[in-house]
Design a protein around this ligand. Structure first.
Ligand SMILES: [Cu+2]
Length: 168
């Protein structure tokens, strides 16, 4: 009798579990790490933010926009050679994050630029930005504000997936 009762309970519980799983979003395909922002001088109008984004899902995604609680707006930039001069330019289509790939935003390459700062970004503090992706939607990321000349986040020093990511 007890066994029957347990089976019934499981049967009744099963659809509830299924429904709950259906409600939740698919397992997060995007993972971010090593997020940091360079501290800025008192009157600097812009700040640079960097992080690594791993897309372990089967679908290509795209970083479309970034919103910042400070500054006028945030833009996604790339560095490009124009007439022999390195300059940066916005990516109007966003930054592609292809399926199975790791995209690094780092000094000298892709970066998020926070423009129109009215107060300096202070080393040791953190800043929460919201990254909006085409498929994954909004992902809040906490950025550590590091030294003004920081090249990378100390926590990202160990090569995580670099190179050895071809398991599929
Ligand atoms: Cu820039």
């Amino acid at each position: 009798m007890k066994t029957l009762f347990l089976s019934l309970t499981l049967l009744l519980a099963a659809p509830a579990f299924a429904q709950e799983a259906g409600h939740a979003h698919a397992p997060a395909a995007l993972e971010t790490s090593g997020a940091f922002i360079r501290a800025t001088l008192p009157r600097a109008p812009v700040g640079g933010a960097y992080l690594t984004i791993v897309n372990s899902g089967p679908e290509d995604d795209r970083l479309l926009a970034v919103t910042s609680p400070v500054g006028a707006f945030a833009a996604i930039h790339e560095m490009a050679h124009a007439d022999g001069v390195m300059s940066m330019r916005p990516l109007p289509e966003g930054l592609p994050i292809p399926a199975g790939e790791t995209v690094s935003l780092k000094p000298g390459g892709y970066h998020i630029m926070i423009e129109g700062l009215t107060a300096p970004l202070v080393e040791g503090e953190t800043l929460d930005l919201t990254l909006t992706f085409e498929k994954a939607g909004e992902i809040p990321v906490s950025f550590d504000i590091l030294a003004i000349n920081a090249r990378s986040h100390p926590a990202a020093a160990a090569p995580a997936h670099e190179g050895g990511h071809g398991h599929d």
